[in-house]
Design a protein around this ligand. Structure first.
Ligand SMILES: O=P(O)(O)OC[C@@H](O)[C@@H](O)c1c[nH]c2ccccc12
Length: 276
């Protein structure tokens, strides 16, 4: 069977969202949101003076197939002890996620991010109505990045703008992003390369929070990425699939506590030389 592509997932999400909107119009979501309390701040959770850790409730993925059937409550027990923020997959067909997990996670006093392929503004309202403090925005996938960031902020949320290239980072900064993610996993072929963070980190201004996502299998990877200049890490598969997740999170916490945030900057042709 040919491997699913990001295009397949995005086109499926568009169909699903259009069906959802027919069943539950945006005005109903807006009414629900009016009665909700503000979510905990995602931005403040990541702005601490050491490397912040975002752990992800991720039950499956196209590259790993089934990862874990551990319950959300079991994982939240660990996340509440070790995470500064939590990410929850809500895409069902390929990640076995669901908005019900997001709703359950947002009951806890910690910022929760909707990790999904957002293709429509409706999904930003869905996230807020489920108690989210953040959503993932992918520039090539979300139709209008600047408007999406503005809608998030109107709803007391701060998005994580996921960048895969220098031009993505340029666009994200131009659009006013305050949290930029670099995904070490290529969403076209699902290969992981931690060097992606090394190459792109120097392009992210100090005042923007850089989250390195994907491919962190242990404290060694965590140290590498933090030394490349990431301010935060987003980790899913390793913690979901570990037989001893507490031990793993303790080791990563130790590395995070020792790392001094800060990014090198490119001088002259250094940026281009690495691709020569
Ligand atoms: O399981 P990992 O390698 O720790 O990766 C977690 C997270 O970065 C990954 O799930 C992710 C990053 N960006 C995404 C966009 C859509 C779906 C999933 C993702």
């Amino acid at each position: 069977m040919s491997r699913v592509t990001i295009e397949d997932i995005v086109s499926m999400r568009k169909t699903e969202i259009n069906e959802t909107i027919m069943k539950k119009p945006l005005r109903e979501l807006k009414r629900e949101i009016k009665d909700l309390k503000e979510p905990p701040s995602f931005l403040r959770a990541l702005e601490g003076n050491r490397a912040a850790l975002i752990y992800e409730y991720k039950r499956a993925s196209p590259s790993a197939s089934e990862i874990s059937l551990k319950s959300l409550s079991e994982m939240m027990e660990l996340f509440m002890e070790f995470a500064d923020a939590v990410s929850v997959l809500t895409e069902r067909s390929h990640f076995n996620g669901g908005i019900e997990y997001l709703r359950e996670a947002s009951e806890y006093e910690i910022p929760v991010m909707m990790k999904d392929f957002l293709v429509h503004e409706y999904q930003i309202y869905q996230a807020r109505a489920a108690g989210a403090a953040s959503v993932l925005l992918i520039p090539e996938v979300y139709p209008d990045l600047e408007a999406g960031i503005e809608t998030c902020r109107e709803l007391s949320m701060e998005p994580l703008v996921e960048c895969r290239s220098a031009i993505d980072i340029y666009r994200a900064i131009e659009a006013g992003a305050e949290v930029i993610g670099v995904n070490n996993r290529n969403l076209e072929d699902f290969t992981v390369d931690l060097e992606r963070t090394r190459a792109l980190a120097p392009l992210v201004p100090d005042e923007v929070i850089l989250v390195s996502e994907s491919g962190v299998m242990g404290p060694e990877d965590a140290e590498i990425l933090l030394n490349y200049g990431a301010d935060a890490l987003l980790i899913g598969t390793a913690v979901m699939s570990s037989p001893e997740p507490r031990e793993l999170l303790e080791e990563i916490a130790e590395v995070a506590a020792l790392c001094k945030p800060g990014r090198k900057r490119y001088g002259g042709d250094e940026f281009f030389e690495q691709f020569a």
